[in-house]
Design a protein around this ligand. Sequence first.
Ligand code: F6P
Length: 538
Amino acid sequence: MRSSPMWADLQEHAKGVTDRKITELFEKPARAAEFSTEFDQLLFDYSKTNIDDTARDMLLKLARERNVAARRDAMFAGDKINETETRAVLHTALRNLDGGPVMVDGEDVMPGVMDTLARMEAFAGDVRSGRFTGQGGAITDVVNIGIGGSDLGPVMACAALSPYADGPRTHFVSNVDGADIADTLRGLNPETTLVIVASKTFTTIETMTNARTAKAWMSERVSDPAAQFAALSTSDEKTAAFGIDPSRVFGFEDWVGGRYSMWGPIGLSIMIAIGADAFRAFLRGAQAMDRHFRSAEFHENMPVLLALVGIWHNQVLGHATRAVLPYDNRLIRLPAYLQQLEMESNGKSVSMHGADLPYDSGPVVWGEPGTNGQHAFYQLIHQGTRVIPCEFLVAAEGHEPDLAHHHELLVANCLAQSEALMRGRTPDEAREKVRGQFEGEELERQARHRVFPGNRPSTTLIYPKLTPEVLGQIVALYEHRVFVEGVILGINSYDQWGVELGKELATALGPIVAGEESAEGKDGSTQMLVEYVLKNRG
Ligand code: F6P
């Protein structure tokens, strides 16, 4: 990107606009209409940023110079754009419900995708209707054991779509901390529980440890525990070795990345919770966003614009973090989901070609639902020394018609926050606030604390209601945003070598922490911590 002529121009332009008030941009009556874009049921408003016509033109040119369109087409065509692992990137095929063939290595993958979807639907239907039973009768509870991409998507979607959940209860175990599985299994009846082991590789230590613990728990009451297990994995051999019957193994291919995988078998728990029709609506929503991403001109292409706002804030202006603030309590796990999606994808310091990245990698993504965050960390967002671009999400309507007044308050708070961030409060306004309570120097001092710098950027994604279809659109929007940012940065968004070293060292430390091997050779800090554990664990 730095080699792009647009990069220097953007830097130069940014210098001139950072001190300009965003509110001044609204002197142009069409500001909101011109700096927002609609797709189907979504409206993305980026007018409360300091992006002006010139900045946007430059960003759009940057996207063109970086060949975003060609890379996008290559991704959808099944080219091996995950170049470090020589893999295609085709999670979009999993939601290509009524699209054409999708070729990988000269073969159409769609018959396989549709066949697996049909098998999932049959199995989910059997579980939901009670045709598939545990030893004690119809399944009442489903426990999904997985981590990272084999957990965060289903957890997020099940919470988001809880108004549509009419199947067995779903539970999720991810952490290797025994507390997670112990707390989850406590109170469940093994005779009516289905355990889904979700692991693309079927080697992840956390998942396999939890899966074995769940099997042991079930075997205390169930004569054939494996019969109440299903597996979601790319490895038939390993699922068979675990004892899971192939009829309950739902496979996928290496062209589905873990953090992009909930559209296929990894979404089985979602499908069991909400049913096949609602799951298909979720896929349809994502497919509609795929079509938009592939066909819309960049100046009205929502994923492209969302990405360009991200590049503007992070790489051009240097704001290192991005707060995701859903004013939608059921999106409580969206920030965690996006942390993996964005940070595992674009947290890289080496370009696709192996060179050092000459600019910052993707931002730190974090957040919590509103209004809770307002009573926790918003203080820093409003008055801290750093600028934190905020991304608000809110629905026009909630799922609780008899609690519409709650929803009105929720929306009012969301809009108030973006307005407050932009407008701030001037010293004069602050003085007015405290006049009458204080005088002279004390008035000045007190007023100073009540000044808000304002001019803090935010975007708002607004949608009618959090339905399965809308959720599909939102998630696909973020997936493509990550893709576009990755292409502009010139990195591979689809590998994750940065998680390897910790895994290797944990494997080596296992026997040391178990007291079977000496910590000799480890650094002094590690030795001291191991010693403490060995001494203090009773
Ligand atoms: O943390 C690394 C990672 O490979 C993620 O990318 C992935 O989502 C997660 O581990 C789980 O992997 P698996 O599905 O193979 O168990």
